[in-house]
Design a protein around this ligand. Structure first.
Ligand code: GLN
Ligand code: ZN
Length: 769
C-alpha cells in the first residue's frame, strides 16, 4: 500500500484517555478525599494537573485534536446524569448541599441512601452507574463540567473536542427509577432530553468548541425499528439546531449495522466508526450506503481496547479505501483509550522480545499520529516507522512463544469425545453419591475465605524479599489450617482450602502459565477508584507445573471430609485478560482449557473428589449482537467441558457463576455438563431455583442463601426460609446450601457467624424433611 498524499490533512485524535495518571494519583487523591485527608481543593488541583498532563502528552505525541470531558472523578455516565439534571430524588438534598459530596453519594451511597446501580459498560470490564429515570423525570442542563474542561484545554492552545455520551445511548443505558414499573422505557423521554442536549451544545459552542462528539455505542447492539427511529429523530433535531457546533456521532465496540444508514442520512457533520475486529464490517457497509459525502469520517483503525501494536500497513490500506468514501478522513483509536493501561514502557520486567509487541495508550497515540501523517504526507514520510512496525509484527508472528508446536499439535488433535465426560450425568450422579456419601442439603462455600491484611502483607513481604518462599508458604499453610479447622468445627460438609495464596482469581493462574504475562503497572479502571491489572494472553499457553495441587492436597491432609479443588475456568481467564488478536478466541480458549484440564486431572490423581471450575464471566462475554451468540457459546462451553471431562465419573465437577439472570444462556449452562452449579440467589429470594426448575434443569444446584455483598449477617431463620423456598423448586436430593459467592472481601467475624447460621439452618431444614 502506498499513499502518495491525500488532498486534505488527516487529523489524529482519540475519544478518551486513561484518567488515573502514571502513578494512580487520581485514585489516591479521591480515596484521600473520602477519608478526609485531602481537601476538595487539593483534589480539584490534582485532577486539573492530570488533565493538563494528559492533553500535553497527546499533543506532544502529535495528535491534532484532544478530547475534553472524558475525565471523570468516578464515571462518565454519572457525569452525564449530572449534566442533564437526572439526579435521583433520594440524592437531591446531598447534591444541593455539596455538589462533590453529592456526586460521590450517588456513586457509592451513604449510610442512609443507596447508590445508583452499577453495571458493565457494553462488553468491556469498565462499569458505569445506571441512570434512574421515571415518567416524571424533569431534565435540566448543567454544562459546568464540560465547559470548564473545554476551556482548560483551549487555554493550553490546543484544538479540543468535547466528548459526550449521546442522548440515545444515555436513555438506552438507563433503567426505571425504584418504584417505577419495569416496563417503563426511558427512551420515551427523548423529546424531553433533546432540548437539554441542545442547551449544552450551545454552551460548548459559545465556549469555543468547533466540534462536539456524541458517543452512541448503544447503536452497535441489536436495536428495534422504534429505537432506530428514535436515533434518526434525535440527530435530525440536533442537526437542525441553528446555533450549534459541528457534530461528530461516534460508535464503537462493533459494527453499526442497521444504524449506519440512519446516521449516514442524519444532518450531522461527521461519523466516527470502529474498523477493528468484528467492526471491520463497517467498511463494506459504508461503501454500500454510498459513503459519507460531505461529511467527516473519523476512522477507528487502532484497537482501543487491546494491548497489541497496530499493523500500520493494514490500517493505511483501510484508510486508503476510506478516502474515497468521505469528504475527509481522520484517524483515531476504535474507542476511548480508557480501556487500556497508560504506558507499555513502564513494564520493565517484560521480556524485551515481547515488549515490542505491546502498545498501551501512549504507544497507541503515537501510532495514530503516524498513520495520520502517512495519510497526509504519503507513506514515504513514515518509512522508518513502517519498517520498524513490519519487523515487530514479524517477530511476533515468528516467535516460539506465539507458536509452540507441542501446544498447537495437542489443540488441533482435540476430538469432540475428549471434551465429553465418559458417562452421562445420571450415572455419574449415582457414582458420586456412593463415593462422597454426603447428607441431603450438603453445605459448602464458593472457595475464598477472607483475604486478611496479614495475607496481603505476607505477599508484599515475599515480593519485597523481606521473607523467603518457605516462610511465605508457612504463612499460607497456617491460614489453610485455620480455615479447615473452622469449617470442620462449624460442620460444613464439603470444605475448601480458602484461596489464601491468590492475589486474584485470574492473575494467580496467569502467573503460572507459560505464554501469559502479568503486568506491573498495567492498571485499567474497573469502576470508580477500583483499578485492575488484567494479565496478557501473549503466546501459546502451557502449564509447566501443577498450580493448585500443593494447597488443595495440604488442606485435604488435615481432614477426612472432602476438600473441593478450586480453579478459574477458561472463559473467565479470557474475559478478564487482554486476549491475543492474532488467532480466534476459540483457539486461545482451547489452549487455556487444555492447561486447566491437566490441573483438574492432577487434582483428581492426588485424591481430590470434588473440583469446582469458576465461570463467573460466561454470560458477560456474550457478543453484543445476537448473531454472534451461538458461535461464542459453542466454543465457550467446549472449553469448559474440555477442562473438566478428563475425570472419573465419581469425581464431582462444580461450577460457579455470580449472577442471577441467565435465562438467555440456560441451554449453554446445561451444555457445560457440570454436576453441580452454584449461583447468586439470596437477593432475588431464590428466584433462580424456580427458573432452573421450570427450564427442567436436571442437575444439582446451589442457589446462594447468604448475600456476601454486604457485611450483614443472615440469621439462621432467614437462611432456613430461603432453603424452604429453594425446596419448592428443587428436590432435596439435588439442593446444595452455600453462600452467593466467595468470602474474600468479607471480614472473619461476620463470616464466622454467617456460616454457623447457614449450617444451623441446613440441619434444621434437613431434620424436617
Ligand atoms: N472461587 C472464587 C471465590 O470464592 C469465585 C469468585 C467469583 O465467582 N468471582 O472467590
Ligand atoms: Zn461468584
Amino acid at each position: 500500500m502506498t499513499i502518495k498524499s491525500a488532498a486534505a490533512t488527516a487529523r489524529a485524535t482519540v475519544y478518551g484517555y486513561p484518567r488515573q495518571g502514571q502513578n494512580r494519583e487520581l485514585k489516591k487523591a479521591i480515596e484521600g478525599y473520602w477519608k478526609g485527608r485531602v481537601t476538595a481543593d487539593a483534589l480539584r488541583h490534582t485532577a486539573a494537573g492530570l488533565r493538563r498532563t494528559n492533553w500535553q502528552q497527546l499533543a506532544d505525541a502529535g495528535l491534532h485534536e484532544v478530547p475534553t470531558g472524558d475525565f471523570s472523578y468516578y464515571d462518565h455516565v454519572l457525569d452525564t446524569s449530572v449534566m442533564v439534571g437526572a439526579i435521583p430524588a433520594r440524592h437531591r438534598a446531598a447534591v444541593q448541599a455539596d455538589a462533590l459530596d453529592g456526586y460521590f453519594a450517588m456513586a457509592r451511597g451513604t449510610q442512609d441512601v443507596a447508590p445508583l446501580e452499577m453495571t458493565k459498560w457494553f462488553d468491556t470490564n469498565y462499569h458505569y452507574l445506571v441512570p434512574e429515570l421515571s415518567p416524571d423525570t424533569a431534565f435540566s442542563a448543567d454544562s459546568t463540567k464540560q465547559v470548564a474542561e473545554l476551556k482548560e484545554a483551549l487555554a493550553l492552545g490546543l484544538t479540543a473536542r468535547p466528548v459526550l455520551v449521546g442522548p440515545v445511548t444515555y436513555l438506552l443505558l438507563a433503567k426505571p427509577a425504584p418504584g417505577i414499573a419495569a416496563d417503563f422505557q426511558p427512551l420515551t423521554l427523548l423529546d424531553r432530553l433533546l432540548p437539554v442536549y441542545a442547551e449544552v451544545l450551545a454552551d460548548l459552542r459559545a465556549a469555543g468548541a468547533e466540534w462536539v462528539q456524541l458517543d452512541e455505542p448503544a447503536l452497535v447492539q441489536d436495536r428495534t425499528p422504534a429505537e432506530l427511529h428514535a436515533a434518526a429523530r434525535a440527530y435530525r433535531e440536533l442537526g437542525s439546531l441553528a446555533d450549534r457546533p459541528k457534530l461528530l456521532v461516534a460508535s464503537y465496540f462493533d459494527r453499526l449495522g442497521e444504524a449506519l444508514p440512519v446516521l449516514a442520512k442524519a444532518p450531522v457533520d461527521g461519523l466516527a466508526l470502529d474498523f477493528t475486529g468484528p467492526a471491520a464490517a463497517n467498511l463494506d457497509a459504508l461503501a454500500s450506503v454510498g459513503g459519507l459525502p460531505g461529511k467527516r469520517l473519523v476512522a477507528g483503525v487502532v484497537d482501543g481496547r487491546n494491548v497489541w501494536i497496530n499493523d500500520l500497513e493494514r490500517s493505511l490500506s483501510t484508510l486508503g479505501t476510506l478516502l474515497g468514501l468521505a469528504d475527509r478522513v481522520d484517524v483515531a483509536a476504535s474507542c476511548s483509550l480508557l480501556h487500556v493501561p497508560l504506558d507499555a514502557t513502564a513494564e520493565r520486567q517484560v521480556d524485551p522480545q515481547i515488549a515490542r509487541w505491546l502498545a498501551f495508550a501512549r504507544q497507541k497515540t503515537a501510532e495514530i499520529a503516524t498513520l495520520a501523517r502517512g495519510l497526509t504526507e504519503g507513506t514515504g514520510s513514515i518509512a522508518a516507522q513502517l519498517a520498524a512496525n513490519r519487523a515487530d509484527l514479524a517477530s511476533r508472528a515468528g516467535s516460539s512463544l506465539t507458536h509452540d508446536p507441542a501446544v498447537r499439535a495437542r489443540a488441533t488433535a482435540v476430538t469432540d469425545a475428549e471434551a465429553r465426560r465418559s458417562q452421562p450425568y445420571p450415572e455419574r450422579a449415582a457414582a458420586q453419591r456412593a463415593h462422597l456419601r454426603l447428607p441431603l442439603l450438603p453445605t459448602t462455600t464458593i472457595g475464598s475465605f477472607p483475604q486478611t491484611t496479614e495475607l496481603r502483607t505476607a505477599r508484599a513481604d515475599l515480593r519485597a524479599g523481606r521473607i523467603n518462599a518457605a516462610a511465605y508458604e508457612e504463612r499460607i499453610e497456617a491460614e489453610i489450617r485455620e480455615v479447615v479447622s473452622f469449617q470442620e468445627k462449624t460442620g460444613i460438609d464439603v470444605l475448601v482450602h480458602g484461596e489464601a495464596e491468590r492475589n486474584d482469581m485470574v492473575q494467580y493462574f496467569a502467573e503460572q502459565l507459560t505464554g501469559y504475562l502479568a503486568t506491573q503497572h498495567g492498571w485499567v479502571q474497573s469502576y470508580g477508584t477500583r483499578y485492575v491489572r488484567p494479565p496478557i494472553l501473549a503466546g501459546d499457553i502451557s502449564r509447566p507445573e501443577p498450580m493448585t495441587v500443593r494447597w488443595t492436597t495440604y488442606a485435604q491432609s488435615l481432614t477426612d471430609r472432602p476438600v473441593k479443588g478450586m480453579l478459574t475456568g477458561p472463559v473467565t481467564m479470557l474475559a478478564w485478560s487482554f486476549v491475543r488478536d492474532d488467532q480466534p478466541l476459540a483457539d486461545t480458549a482451547r489452549q487455556v482449557a487444555l492447561a486447566l484440564r491437566d490441573e483438574v486431572n492432577d487434582l483428581e490423581a492426588t485424591g481430590t473428589s470434588v473440583i469446582q471450575v469458576d465461570e463467573p464471566a460466561l454470560r458477560e462475554t456474550l457478543p453484543l449482537r445476537a448473531t454472534g451468540h451461538a458461535a461464542y457459546l459453542a466454543w465457550a462451553t467446549e472449553a469448559f467441558r474440555l477442562t473438566t471431562s478428563g475425570v472419573r465419573p465419581d469425581t464431582q465437577i462444580h461450577t460457579h457463576m455470580c449472577y442471577a439472570e441467565f435465562g438467555d444462556i440456560l441451554a449453554a449452562i446445561e451444555d457445560l455438563d457440570a454436576d453441580v452449579i452454584s449461583l447468586e440467589a439470596a437477593r432475588s429470594h431464590m428466584q433462580v431455583a424456580g427458573e432452573l426448575a421450570t427450564a427442567g434443569y436436571p442437575r444439582e444446584v446451589g442457589p446462594g442463601v447468604y448475600d456476601i455483598h454486604s457485611p450483614r449477617v443472615p440469621g439462621a431463620d432467614e437462611v432456613a426460609a430461603l432453603l424452604r423456598k429453594g425446596l419448592e423448586a428443587i428436590p432435596a436430593e439435588r439442593l446444595w446450601v452455600n453462600p452467593d459467592c466467595g468470602l474474600k472481601t468479607r471480614g472473619w467475624p461476620e463470616v464466622r457467624t454467617s456460616l454457623e447460621n447457614l449450617v444451623t439452618a441446613a440441619r434444621e431444614v434437613r431434620a424436617a424433611l
